[in-house]
Design a protein around this ligand. Sequence first.
Ligand SMILES: *Cc1c(COP(=O)(O)O)cnc(C)c1O
Length: 395
Amino acid sequence: MHDLSDKGRDTRVIHAGQHGDPATGAVTVPIYQASTFRFRNAAEGAARFAGEDPGHIYTRLGNPTTQALEEAVAMLEGGCGGLAAATGMAAVNTVYFTLLGQGDHIVATDAVYGPSRTFLETQYSRFGVESSFVDSSDPEKVRAAMKPNTKVVYLETPANPTLKLTDLRACAEIAHAGGAVAVVDNTFATPLLQRPFELGCDVVVHSMTKYINGHTDVVAGMVVAKDPAMYKRLQTVHKNLGGTMDPHQAWLVHRGLRTLSLRVDKAQANAQILAEYLENHPKVSWVRFPGLPSHPQYALAQTQMDGPGAVMSFGVKGGLEAGKTVIDNVQIMTLAVSLGGIETLIEHPASMTHAGVPAAEKAEAGITDDLVRLAVGCEDPEDLKSDLARVLEMI
Ligand SMILES: *Cc1c(COP(=O)(O)O)cnc(C)c1O
């Protein structure tokens, strides 16, 4: 195994978790499409179950292809271990299920990924878990929501689709002062742009469906823990909760991961061009993008992140109807939810991703009817710009 700890970002992304195949010399990790692994004898089987032999037992408990991906993402985050999950929500549920129990309380960012919120409200509530949702862009609101039984502070930054940022260092301190674990959904930023462990947080979750896979063809998730004790707790739940990853899925995601820095750099540069273009467009009433000095937390973006990412939201003059005209007439951009792929996606949260959120909560979370969300991909920026120019001309 090479030590990559002193290597640059692009080298690490390409080589993380890739040790070749000892059996054949294959340069990339092969797909070990097997559900179970043979023991040479009873003693070896016993040693594996006892954890004394690192060999494999059964794919739900661990698989070489999946472990290569876990090692790669954990290394990029600076954590001690990763747990690959069938979907981002499987990863989120491993975290919730591990850290929350009867009578516990969780404080979460109000604009977290919709199901991450509604699942707490509608399902974990059945088991006596209490949840509070606050605008975590103001750490004092997190502090005010803490209770003696708060076990988790669950943060998402940049938030979707408002692009509000949360000060992770400040919120991790508040969580720890109250005896709680600080968890971050780092899907939007990826470990290339934001490393929550360096800011004091304890657990990171990813929907690898988005940037890490990056090709809009796989759903997948990952949990990463900073320290071994937390990793062990999460692992015990994860392998029996059952939302573990299939080796073929792991191979696809790992293949995507190897171009993460190329894709993120390109998408982010495109996003900056489009954000500046939209901000100066007479038909656009506002743009929210952490790469614009007009973003209310531009200063935090500069210190906490290594770049603004490639998701933005903007409002079109003429509200909902004008927004629909934009969405219905784009040609290069695709009307679809999700983000983080190489193609640019556009959507209308009020009627789509956040349609299930009650009106009052929507307003509180800043999801207005005129808000259009753009997840910028890797196309030629001039083509994306002219696609927007043409549709904005129509309103
Ligand atoms: C998509 C998404 C999820 C859920 O991931 P799935 O892979 O769809 O289960 C969680 N958090 C964020 C921020 C997401 O964008």
